[in-house]
Design a protein around this ligand. Sequence first.
Ligand code: AMP
Length: 376
Amino acid sequence: MPFSSLGLSKELLSRLLDKKYEKPYPIQQQAIPAILKGKDLLGIAQTGSGKTDSFVLPILNNLKVQEEKTRSVDCLVLVPTRELAVQVEEVFKFYNYSLPTPFKISSVFGGVSINPQMKGLFGVNILIATPGRLLELIRAKALQLSKVNTLVIDEADKMLNLGFKEEMDELIKLLPKKRQNLLFSATLNDDVKSINQLVLSKPIIINIKAKHQNLDLINQTAYFIQNENKGPFLRQIIEDKGINQVLIFTSSTFKADNVAKKLVKHGIKATAIHSKKSQGSRTDSLVKFKNGTITALVATDLLARGIDIEFLPFVINYELPRSPKDFIHRIGRTGRAENPGEAITFVSQAEEHHFKVIQKKMGKLVETLDGDKLMF
Ligand code: AMP
């Protein structure tokens, strides 16, 4: 089924050509026509499924906006993290430029100064927001939700995991009764179900199979390597394989800084991204990593959850994560968008047992070589 059969406008279809997508992903095939018809939707889908395009395109296609410029937004997209806010905004803006009358699109999130956000809200049609900052702005009378006709809650499960339940309840009360609601969640636990009941009315339900069924797409190799050799071995791998884009995972912010610093010392363009970095620095690092100015981005699990990068060729696990789920999440980034990638894992002696547990949970045995012996 081609994109052209989904009911999207010719402007959006023409902009889609620039994305060079071959065909719609399953979630897009199902969600786009349903959203265009004005239905509520519950999408059970993970990052990587193509869910962002699946709501952005039909919203841009159909959004009704108020004639007058006000401080009332027409479409509200709630997201759990700043990183996701920025990514969703990018996707909206990518397609928006193709429209004869483009919408005004903005994002707001905590961790940065509130004043510029307040000033920029006038006349905004589509707002992407994290719940805490959005409430602050509403309390400061910088915007209103009474005219919202389309609500998206993205990554609802993560929103609840991060403790945003009360904020969400409060925000939902501020919305008008009549509106279209789109809710996306990777999992469907009882908490998410209660939000569904609160928000959705007779939704179309789309359930996309979990991402880790795509693990076959990823070439995995592991190396037994002593802790003190990990640094030099990392550089050796980057050089040997001619790697020019790699996401490296460590288990602490301290280690992430340390690994990045050592890479830089040896002439490899690297930076660390984690919760102790300022929002400005995180955004800057992501942009530089995406545009190729930086070769290696060294991240912790929490921060990396929100990062979406197309065609990431390499992931290196410098240290193992505690949870096997995080391991799958980390390496899942290389097999995205139906592109094969390579995931490399360093295993110190102390991590050997834990790596066995991870492989068992993942249902895959990873070829493991002796890294210490492979060092120059
Ligand atoms: P997400 O919206 O987080 O699930 O992102 C999925 C990734 O897949 C993004 O990098 C998109 O650019 C990419 N993507 C989305 N739809 C398609 C498609 N139909 N074909 C190929 N790649 C896609």
